[in-house]
Ligand binder design. Sequence first.
Ligand SMILES: Cc1ncc(COP(=O)(O)O)c(C=O)c1O
Length: 430
Amino acid sequence: MIIKSKLPQSQATTFGHAAREAYWDFDHKNTPLNHGSFGACPLPVREARNQILAKIEANPDLYMRTTLYEDIEVARATACEWIDSEPLNTVFVQNATVGFNTVIRSLPLKKGDTIIYCSTTYGACEKTLKFLELRHGIKHVSVDIEYPMNDEEIVDVYRKAIDAHPSTVICLFDTVSSMPAAILPYNQLVKLCREKEVLSFIDGAHSIGLIPVSMRKTQPDFYVTNVHKWGYGVRGGAILYVAEEHHRLIHTLPVSHTYLDDSEDLEPEQEERRLVDRFTFIGTQDFSPYIAITAAFEFRKKIGGEAQIRKYCNDLAVKVGDLAAGQWRTEVLGHAGAMVTVRLPIPEEFLAAASEERKQQLFQLICDHPLTRGTYVPPIYHNGKMYVRFSAQVYNELEDYQVGIDAVNEALDIFFMEEVEEVQDMWVCV
Ligand SMILES: Cc1ncc(COP(=O)(O)O)c(C=O)c1O
């Protein structure tokens, strides 16, 4: 049974605060400007999830032993439509971090093999690479991405790194990096990997709901996308794509009942289902985030569809960039669909001279202070400058961002007031 969300028949093509009122239940003191970190699941999707939970609890044995397998097939069909992939190459994992760990810790990599990634790779993935190096001697090499940089330059740094490291086995890159937010030339990078005969892993944590993707067109070796970020899914749902030739090699995390040795042959009918059958049940867990993907997909259609949602969010992000950069008299580093990264009005000379400890304090203040004002805009140091990232979503309007700008301004005032006092103290000491 497909559980459909109880969406009002009148379709909410009006985005902005009307959509916030209709479909989200944020605390009224919360000004959400950071959809990119954890997403925000709309009420109709949560209602559908509650129905799924009720269905499971009505008869857990029946559900876990039979119904789960039917529901997962339906959810998988939705996932495939969303990322344009083959059903037998498409499974669910809890999040992008699990997806990356699943693949990179299953591949039969050996001591001395090299994994190439980049300086804007998500921290959790980099830590996974560190673990592999310390535990198994699998090397990881980072290429520098320092914006402004164009697509050709990005592909070129990967090309040079592959050429410089003949032991390269796999490259990791994002669809859209988190901090700073930027769309990577992932299609060209997959082509490069194929040309150089190395594997490709696309970290698409930020992709469905943010940019259109097609596995049939891109044809990477591996790809993971969160549904709970930009897809409006329930937290704890992500789609992992594994190209057919790697099904034998990719094991679940944790390895579980469904384990089969790589060399174990199956009857043709079971063989083609090796990946999907392996990934359905790997221990008792909450499966509702996977099953609720259909409700998220339907909800998005009903409020206007992917193109309309993207248009509203991307247009708003452009206005947000202009607003913030205009007030700070700085510039936008770049847009990544609904995310925009804007430079803060902090002199580069100050950042060049400041101690790491002081810079860390500033960073922390820009993280912490806006929370006391009911908002959050993640900061980042990049290429000698400091930036913040804003996310735009259908529940936002331009005026929301003034709350974020003001909160960051207050944090800067607090920090630089202390800075002046420190300088005054230094004068007294002298
Ligand atoms: C680029 C990128 N990769 C991976 C992740 C990890 O996502 P999750 O916490 O859902 O595993 C994030 C989260 O923000 C991300 O931005």
